[in-house]
Design a protein around this ligand. Structure first.
Ligand code: G1P
Ligand code: ZN
Length: 543
C-alpha cells in the first residue's frame, strides 16, 4: 500500500501558540508526536485537496527529518504540490514571501526562533495561512482541538526526496519542488530598496559587519550583502548555518550578540553593524559605538520611509506593540497618519496590514516589518537602514541625533528577570494592580500618575478583544512603567519591566538611558516589591 493510515492516540499539550508548537527535540522525536500535530493541522485548515503548501525551516537539528515526514504526510493528505526550500531551509520572512508570491494555501515553518538548537534543545513547527502570516487564534485553537481527538494519521510509504537538489520531483502523485531558498526573498528585497544607492555606499569608505549567529540568515545575507550589493567577502560573520547554531543562542540583543557588540565598540569599529536571530525575523542595528533601540529604529524608519523606493509615496499608517516606546507615535503625528497600539506579538499587525491601514510596524523586542510580508523581517530592516544611510550620507549616530532634535527623545529600557518563581512573578504584577487606586493622581518618580490599568485591545478590524496585556502606570508627562509576564519563556517565569520617559531638551539627549530612567527604575521596584518577592536585585537582561 503506497499510503498508510496509522492508528494513533492524542498526545497531551500540543497547543500551538502564535509562534507555533515548541518543545524539546527529544519530545518531537517521540513516536507519533510530529505526525499527530501535522495531521491535526491538515484536518483543521479547510479543503487542502489540490492545493500548494510551502515548507522550510531554520535548519536546526531535526529539520531535515521533520521535512521528510511532512512531505510524505502532505502527499497522503491530498496536497497537489509542496514548495520546499533547498536543504530544507527557509527563513521565517522568506517562507512568508514564498507563500504570498506563489499564492500557496499556507505553509509550515520549522523553527523555535532564537531558542538554542541541537539534539537536547528546542524544535518547533508553525502553520502560516495564505496571507503569509501566522495562523490566527481561531485556527490554532481548531488545530489544538483536533489534537485532542485524533485517532489516525495518513502518510505515504515511499523514499525520501533529495532536498539538496533543485528541481521538481514526484511523490505519490504530489509534486515536490525544491526551490532556491534565497532567490525569491532576494528578488523581493531588490524590488523594495534602492540597491544601486546601497551598492554605491558600500563602494565608498563605508564598512559594515553582519552577524548571522550561525543561524538561517547566513546564506540570505551573503547573497544579498556580498554577492548582490558588493560588500567584501567576510562582511557576513558566522554565516554558515549550523544545526546547533554552534552551541549559541542566536538572539540579536546586547547580551547574546556580544561578539558583534564588541566589534562595534572596538577602536577600529565599522560604520554599521547588524544581527538577526535563529529564523531571521529579528534584527539589531548598531552604529560605530552606538546602539539603536528597536523602538527608535521603527521611528527612524517611519520618518525616513520616503527615501526607500517601495515607500516613496508615503506610508498608510504605523503600528507598535503597547510596550514599544512612543517614539514612532510622534513621527505618525507629524506625518498626519494613524498609529495603532496593539498587544505584544506579531499576530495583531496582520489584520491592520491586510486592511491597508498600516505599512510599517514593530516591537521593542527587536522586531520590525512592513506589509511586504506578514512576519517581522530581520534583513529587510538592515536593508532599510542601509538605504537610509546611502541617501542621507550620515552616520547612524548622526541620523539619531537629528531625529531626537526634531521629535525629542523617548528614553527607553526593558529589564528582564528570567527564571523567576511563577507564583512570585504573578504576585509582582498583582502588587502593582493592588495599588492602582492608590497611585492615581499621586507623584511617583517626580511625575504625576495619570492612569493605571491592565492594557486591553479591541481589534479595529474583526472586533476581537484581548485583555490583560500588561499592567501599566501611565504618567501625565507621557512617561510609562509597564509590567508583563513573558509568554514565550521556557523555564519558570520571566518578568519584563518596560520603562520610558520623554525628553524634549536636546542638551539632555546624550544621557545614558539607565541614568535617565534611574528614578523610574527605583519606583518600579518599590511599587511591585519585586526585589523582596524574587530575591533579585538586578535584571538578567537589560536592553
Ligand atoms: C517575546 C517578545 C514579543 C515577541 C515574541 C515573539 O514575547 O517580547 O515582542 O512578539 O517574543 O518573538 P514575550 O516573551 O515577551 O511574551
Ligand atoms: Zn525569530
Amino acid at each position: 500500500m503506497p499510503i498508510k493510515s496509522i492508528s494513533t492516540q492524542p498526545i497531551q499539550g500540543q497547543r500551538p501558540g502564535t509562534s507555533g508548537l515548541r518543545a524539546k527535540v527529544k519530545t518531537f522525536q517521540q513516536p507519533h508526536y510530529l505526525e499527530n500535530f501535522v495531521q491535526a493541522v491538515f484536518d483543521s485548515i479547510g479543503d487542502i485537496h489540490g492545493q500548494t503548501l510551502v515548507l522550510g525551516g531554520d535548519g536546526r537539528f531535526y529539520n531535515r527529518e521533520a521535512i521528510q515526514i511532512i512531505l510524505k504526510m502532505a502527499a497522503a493528505n491530498g496536497f497537489a504540490k509542496v514548495l520546499v526550500g533547498q536543504a530544507g531551509i527557509l527563513s521565517t520572512p522568506a517562507a512568508s514571501c514564498v507563500i504570498r508570491k506563489y499564492k500557496a494555501f499556507g505553509g509550515l515553518i520549522l523553527s523555535a526562533s532564537h531558542n538554542p538548537a541541537g539534539p537536547n534543545e528546542d524544535f518547533g513547527i508553525k502553520y502560516n495561512i495564505g496571507n503569509g502570516g501566522p495562523a490566527p487564534e481561531g485556527v490554532t485553537e481548531a488545530i489544538y482541538a483536533r489534537t485532542l481527538n485524533i485517532t489516525a494519521y495518513q502518510i505515504a510509504d515511499c523514499a525520501d526526496i533529495n532536498l539538496d537538489k533543485l528541481g521538481t520531483f514526484e511523490m505519490q502523485g504530489m509534486q515536490v519542488e525544491v526551490i532556491d531558498a534565497v532567490a525569491d526573498y532576494a528578488e523581493l528585497m531588490q524590488s523594495i530598496f534602492d540597491f544601486d544607492a546601497i551598492r554605491e555606499l558600500l563602494a565608498q569608505d563605508f564598512s559594515l559587519t553582519f552577524d548571522a549567529m550561525h543561524a538561517v540568515t547566513g546564506p540570505y545575507a551573503k547573497m544579498i550583502l556580498e554577492d548582490m550589493l558588493g560588500a567584501p567577502q567576510g562582511t557576513v560573520m558566522n554565516g554558515e548555518p549550523k544545526d546547533d547554531f554552534n552551541g549559541g543562542h542566536p538572539d540579536p540583543n546586547l547580551t547574546y550578540a556580544h561578539e558583534l557588540v564588541d566589534i562595534l565598540y572596538a577602536d577600529d569599529a565599522p560604520d554599521f553593524g547588524a544581527a538577526s536571530d535563529g529564523d531571521g525575523d529579528r534584527n539589531m542595528i548598531l552604529g560605530n559605538h552606538f546602539f539603536v533601540t528597536p523602538s527608535d529604529s521603527l521611528a527612524v524608519m517611519a520618518a525616513n520611509a520616503t527615501l526607500v523606493p517601495a515607500y516613496k509615496n508615503g506610508i498608510a499608517g504605523v503600528a507598535r506593540s503597547m510596550p514599544t516606546s512612543g517614539a514612532v507615535d510622534r513621527v505618525a503625528e507629524a506625518l498626519g497618519i494613524d498609529c495603532f497600539e496593539t498587544p505584544t506579538g506579531w499576530k495583531f499587525f496582520g489584520n491592520l496590514m491586510d486592511a491597508g491601514k498600516v505599512t510599517l510596524c514593530g516591537e521593542e523586542s527587536f522586531g520590525t516589518g512592513s506589509n511586504h510580508v506578514r512576519e517581522k523581517d530581520g534583513l529587510w530592516a538592515v536593508l532599510f537602514w542601509l538605504n537610509i544611510l546611502a541617501v542621507r550620507q550620515e552616520s547612524v549616530e548622526g541620523v539619531l541625533a537629528d531625529h531626537w532634535a526634531k521629535y525629542g527623545r523617548n528614553f527607553y529600557s526593558r529589564h528582564d528577570y528570567e527564571g523567576v518563581d511563577s507564583a512570585a512573578a504573578t504576585q509582582v504584577l498583582q502588587n502593582v494592580r493592588d495599588q492602582f487606586d492608590n497611585l492615581q493622581g499621586k507623584t511617583l518618580a517626580g511625575r504625576v500618575v495619570k492612569l493605571c490599568d491592565d492594557f486591553a485591545y479591541t481589534d479595529p478590524i474583526d472586533g476581537s478583544v484581548s485583555t490583560n496585556q500588561g499592567v501599566r502606570i501611565l504618567f501625565e508627562d507621557g512617561s510609562r512603567i509597564i509590567f508583563r509576564l513573558s509568554g514565550t519563556g521556557t523555564s519558570g517565569a520571566t518578568i519584563r519591566i518596560y520603562l520610558e520617559s520623554y525628553e524634549a531638551d536636546t542638551s539632555k539627549h546624550g544621557l545614558d538611558a539607565q541614568l535617565a530612567l534611574a528614578d523610574m527604575i527605583e519606583a518600579a521596584n518599590t511599587v511591585s516589591k519585586l526585589p523582596e518577592l524574587t530575591g533579585r536585585n538586578k535584571p538578567t537582561v537589560i536592553t
